[in-house]
Every structure is written in C-alpha cells, then in structure tokens.
Design a protein around this ligand. Structure first.
Ligand SMILES: Cc1ncc(COP(=O)(O)O)c(C=O)c1O
Length: 707
C-alpha cells in the first residue's frame, strides 16, 4: 500500500500542513498497550505510524529506544507477534498507514520475501530497515514493490551525493531525513543547519516528500522542522511518555501528546470500509520494471564471498568511508610502514617461536611449537593492531580514541598506544566484564584512560561494541574508534587482519629458518572475533598444505545455551555491521554468550573466518570451559607458561589434534596472550571446573605454617 502513503503525504500538502509520523516499539511498555497506542495516535491526528520491530542490538538508537527494544523482547515480542499486533490493530479500526521499522537480521532470518508477504497481509504499508546498505536495498525494495509496499530510505547529513541519488530514486513514498549525526533521542533544539541539509536532499528527491526526524519532541520543533519538510517524525519523546504512563493508560497519553503537537488539528481518517476498499483497489501487483544499480569504489573488496559488507545505519557510513581512505592511504605509504615497524622494538617483536618439548612429549604425536604473542608488551597480540590504528588516527587528525574491550586486553593495548602518542582514550567495557577483569580495568586507568562501564543488555563485549559505535557516530570529527578484532563492517576486518598478519608472517619465516625452509602442517589459534586467528592464518591462506584450525569457546558445551562457539553453532546473519556467522535465536535476536574467558565472549565473528569456514579452507572446533582449563594447566605445568584463558582453548584443541598426527609432522599454536589477568578467574572457576579435570589447588594445610 505504497499508494496510501503517497496519498497521505499528498493530502497533507493539499491541506497546507505537515504530515506527522509517530514511532512506538511494538510490545513496549507492555504488549497489551500496542494497539491502544496505535489507536491513540490515529485519534490524536497522526498521519503515519512507525511501528518498531524489537531487535536485541539496535546500534542506531539512543538509550530510550534501546530500553524499549530490550523491554519489548523481555515481554516476549517476536516478529510474528509484531505482525499479529498490526493485523489486530487493522481489524480494530486503525486505518492510517503503518511503516514497520527495524534492523535487517530478524528479517533476513524470517526470510525476506516471506516477511514482506506476511507484512503486506497484516496491513503494513512500508518498511524502514536501518542497517540495509544501498546495494541490498535495491534487491529488497524490488521485492517490496512486487507486494505494493514501499521501502522508506533513511538519509543522514553525511550521505554522499551518489548514495542520495540512488536512495531518492528507490523511494516509493517518502524519504526519511535523519536531522543530525548520532543516535535517536530527544534533543533540546533542532539541528541548526537543517535547511542546508534539506535543500541538498531535495535536489535529488524532487517531488518525493521528505520527513525529518531525530531529536524532535515539542510543538515548536514540529513547527520549525515542518517549515522545511513535508513530514515530521517523533519517536523517543513518545516512547518516554508511554514508558512512564500508568498501566493501561498509554493510549490516552499517546493521543493527548499528539493533540498537543498538532494543536488539536485533525484530518480525515478512512473508515474501516474505506480502508478495505482502498486496499483491495490498490492491491494489484505493481510492476518492478525499473532497474537500479549501485556500486561504490573500494580498493579492497568489502566482502569475503557472501560475508562481510557494510550493514550500518546511514550516518555511520561516513565514519567508515573516512577510515577506509585513511587505511588505504597509510598502507600505500612506505613512511607509514617505517613508522609502524619502528614500534616493533617497543612491542617486543619479533615474538619468539620455539618448540614445546614437554607438551610434545605429553601429547605423543606431532611436534608442537609455540608462537609467543604473550611476550608482547601489554601481554597479548592486541597491541599490534592498537598501535597501527592509533597511527592511522593521527594521520586522520583525530585527537580522541575510543575502544571496546571484553577481556580488557584490547583496552589495555589501546590505552597504552594512547599514552605513548598523547591521545585521549575512552574504553567501553560491559559491566559484567568490568567485574571479571578488575585488574585490567585498573591497568587502563593507570595508563590514563577512562573506562565506561556499559550497563545495557548483557553487559558484555557486544554491548560495549554497540555503545562504542553509537559514541563514534556522534563524535566523528575528533574521534577514531579502534576496533579490537577482525569484526564489524568494512574496512575493519581487512584492516585488523592486515596489522595482525605480522603474527603469521613472522611464524612462517621463523619456522622455515628452523626447519630447512619447510612449512608447518597445522597452525592453531583461538577464535573470539578473529584477530589473532586471521593474523596467524592469512599468511598461510594460499599454502594449501597447511591446515588451519580455529578453536572457539564451547563454554558449558555447544549443546547448551552457554557458549560462544559462533562458527561451530551459529548461523549466517547480520550483526554489528557485517554479514557473518551469528549466534541467534529462532527470531533472529542475537544470543547471550558465555565463556570462561571474557575475550571470547562474543556472538559474532570475523567475516573472513566465516568465508574460510564456508570454503573449507579452515576448520573450526570448540573447547569447553573445562577443556580450556585443562589446556591452561597443561602448558603452565609442562612449559612454565601461564597462558591467557583465551589462548588455553587453542592449547587444548592443538593437543587433541597433535595426538592424531605423526611425530615428523609439525603443529604451531598461537599463544595469543599471557594469563596474569586470568589468575583470579581461574581461582573462581576451579571449585566448579577443577573436579571435571582432576585439578584441586586448595591448600591442604597452610604452607606458611612451619616455615
Ligand atoms: C589473549 C587474547 N586472545 C584472544 C582473544 C580473542 O580475540 P581475537 O579472536 O580477536 O583474537 C582475546 C580477546 O580479548 C585475548 O585477550
């Protein structure tokens, strides 16, 4: 029912007024309030309702709508139920156009075509999909058009002309203009340069109406924004009002608020019969004969097979473009490499590669070698990437650095790089990880960084990552976001792998020097997001005789809900800006994860690893918490090396593999980090996991007695 949307904007124009679009998350604050709120909107005089489809990781949204998403999910709202609520609202007389607004993953998971069909049947008029990139938008929009529905593109102040041109062309009803860089949320004033933005957008949209949103909350805003646009969108303010309303009163509250905004002005609403007549009359399939193409220039491919890409809210696209250019420029510049390599002595590179004699003997198969990234300054491989990105940030003229961290290793590495180069550093860390990794939190603070404890959602790495993206998009001018793993949208996976490849390149050279130019037979690394594994594996990618083995966090076991084994137990999806394997539920909501090691506790994974899994180039297995602890114990007691719990997963997986290999074969384990940070965690889990592996470190008697 694109037609009804078009008609609504045309009617408002003819009546000399602005169309009012109001937003509410389905199922918030309670499922039973959704239909009354929709009715309240309609009775108050709203022209279009935007119904939010809850998602677990809404990176384009500010705190108010994030909370609404979380609460709606807690209330058990699924995509099916959202459509059901819409259908019931239609049956109960809601006839104004309804746009479903949400993120791509749940739709992808539902099946795009089926979702569009079901949404059309339920009575939707169109969709806003926040993180749909233009090249995918063309495909999805054509499916929508076939069902007579409309894709409403979002454009931001940073949207480039070429993207604007395409987005304006594929807008079947109206274009949503995001008035400012940042996330959704109430603001005290409207964006000051809105008129410039609107004129730039209108150059492309021409006769297509535009609605402006983000930050609008009062009648004055409505009037000032409305003087430039054809429609005005209000979201967070209504979500707040309904969130505060007594149970059962949200419909009234929504109606009263809308009446205030519109100063009591109403417009004609279709009756149920008129709506049905219109629906039937306009239901013939529209032709999808118009053809659009969109391709942007990228020096490095943005995808690895089917995986990768840039599934980000439009405003974030500029951040990525700027970084991509900065990265390409840096790696093409020999002085950048000279500067980076001059830091190797600071890091302690090359890190050593040596044989693990007693571990080899214990496993009784292949010769086992260790690549000692644990010996790096700050205790892990994370410093390689942190320093390189800080150098790029300086080339881009940034003065502030932000980072996310799980185990705290990447946070410490970034805080270190910032201290060395005199940059302000803020590290986002999930509140649960702050608790688990107290030592690293203190280290970051000693180094001069500010640690922000993220209390949203699951309070772990994924929430810290979402929060860092939100902060970045609002503070792009001064800030660079140092992503700590080979995750996220392009260029991050390529960039992080490029700088971590020093691990594999050194390993290859060192092993050849010690073994008459030979290659190893197997290389093993643990897999969290994928920075140490892609760094170790990629230099061997085309040496097909070398087997690549990634070990994920199996937590309590991959047949339970408590693990982080994304490649082993996940499904392809879109998460944190990238198409990759994702741990997700039936409804496309991203899972909570669990691992004894905070650094592996992430429900996504780097797209390059997803590609290697799909092509069979690499193999991925999972080690449980107890097995990782066994790896931890083995290498501590046989080699005198206390590894990070993350790396302990690789040690366990490697030992099991080595046992199946011959003594003249060679296997290398990447020891990605040292275990000092984990001593407290090990002490905490030993009472539970120790008995499973026969390890008891309780003092039988006080060893100080008798000394
Ligand atoms: C020592 C160590 N190894 C491995 C990882 C996992 O990350 P990635 O898969 O990006 O190497 C972490 C993450 O914090 C870590 O601290």
């Amino acid at each position: 029912m694109s037609h009804q949307l078009k008609q609504t904007f045309a009617n408002a124009k003819n009546e000399g007024r602005n169309a009012l679009v109001t937003f509410m998350t389905a199922g918030y604050p309670r499922v039973a309030e959704t239909i009354p709120i929709m009715k309240g909107f309609q009775e108050g005089g709203v022209d279009v309702i935007e119904l939010g489809m809850p998602f677990s990781d809404p990176i384009a949204d500010g705190p108010t709508i994030q909370v609404a998403n979380t609460k709606a999910l807690e209330n058990g709202v699924t995509l099916v139920q959202t459509l059901d609520l819409l259908k019931k609202a239609r049956d109960e007389g809601v006839t104004v156009p309804v746009i479903l607004m949400g993120y791509y993953n749940p739709i992808l998971n539902y099946g795009e075509e089926k979702f569009i069909q079901d949404a059309a049947d339920a009575g939707a008029n169109g969709f806003i999909i926040v993180d749909l990139p233009p090249e995918e938008a063309i495909k999805v929009r054509n499916m929508m058009k076939k069902h007579g529905l409309s894709l409403v593109p979002l454009v931001a102040p940073s949207t480039t002309d070429s993207r604007l041109e395409l987005l304006a062309k594929i807008a079947d009803s109206f274009v949503y203009v995001v008035s400012r860089m940042g996330t959704t949320g109430v603001q005290s004033s409207v964006a000051s340069d809105l008129d410039t933005l609107v004129s730039r957008v209108r150059k492309y949209t021409k006769e297509t109406p535009i609605a402006v949103g983000f930050g609008v909350s009062t009648r004055e805003h409505f009037e000032s924004v409305g003087s430039l646009s054809d429609g005005v969108v209000i979201g967070s303010k209504i979500v707040t009002l309904c969130g505060e309303a007594p149970e059962g009163k949200c419909g009234e509250v929504a109606k009263k608020y809308v009446e205030e905004i519109l100063n009591g002005k109403k417009h004609k609403i279709l009756s149920g019969e008129e709506y049905q007549l219109m629906k039937t009359a306009t239901n013939e399939l529209e032709s999808d004969s118009d053809h659009h193409e969109f391709e942007e220039d990228h020096k490095h491919p943005i995808r690895f097979g089917d995986f990768g890409g840039q599934y980000v809210p439009e405003a974030l696209h500029t951040c990525l473009k700027e970084l991509e250019e900065g990265f390409e420029d840096a790696i093409a510049d020999p002085t950048f490499w000279e500067e980076f390599k001059s830091l190797y002595s600071y890091i302690g590179r090359p890190s050593s590669l040596h044989k693990a004699e007693r571990l080899t003997e214990h496993c009784g198969g292949a010769q086992i070698w260790l690549k000692r990234e644990d010996l790096n300054h700050t205790g892990s491989h994370k410093i390689n990437n942190a320093l390189a990105q800080v150098l790029i940030a300086r080339r881009l003229g940034k003065t502030e650095i932000i980072a996310e961290t799980g185990a705290g290793q990447h946070g410490v590495a970034t805080a270190t790089a910032c201290a060395k180069f005199g940059l302000k550093c803020t590290v986002f860390m999930g509140a649960e990880d702050v608790r688990r990794q107290a030592l690293n939190v203190f280290r970051m603070r000693i180094l001069g960084a500010k640690v922000v404890s993220v209390t949203n959602g699951t309070k772990t790495l994924r929430d810290a990552t979402s929060e860092a993206f939100r902060f970045w998009v609002t503070n792009l001018k001064s800030t660079h976001y140092v992503v700590g793993s080979a995750i996220g949208p392009h260029p991050y996976p390529t960039l992080v792998r490029t700088f971590q490849s020093v691990i594999g390149n050194e390993t290859k050279e060192q092993f050849a020097a010690l073994n008459n130019g030979k290659l190893p037979d197997v290389v093993v690394a643990c897999v969290g997001g994928g920075s140490n594994s892609t760094g170790m594996f990629s230099p061997f990618e085309h040496d097909t005789s070398v087997k690549l083995l990634g070990v994920e966090a199996g937590g309590d076991g991959i047949d339970t809900d408590y693990h982080s084994a994304t490649l082993t137990a996940g499904r392809p999806g879109v998460f944190h800006g990238v198409k990759t394997y994702v741990l997700q539920d039936q409804d496309g909501q991203v899972h909570d994860t669990h691992s004894v090691s905070a650094g592996l506790d992430y429900p996504g994974v780097g797209p390059e690893l997803a590609f290697w899994k799909a092509t069979g180039r690499a193999e991925f297995i999972a080690a449980t918490d107890a097995q990782a602890l066994e790896g931890f114990k083995l290498i501590s007691q046989l080699e005198g090396i206390i590894p990070a719990l993350e790396s302990s997963h690789a040690v366990y997986g490697a030992c099991e593999r080595a046992k199946t290999m011959k003594p003249d074969e060679h296997l290398i384990i990447n020891i990605s980090g040292r275990g000092d940070k984990d001593v407290q965690s090990v002490a905490e889990v030993l009472p539970k996991l120790g008995p499973q592996i026969g390890w008891d470190l309780r003092f039988e008697e006080d060893p100080s007695v008798g000394n």
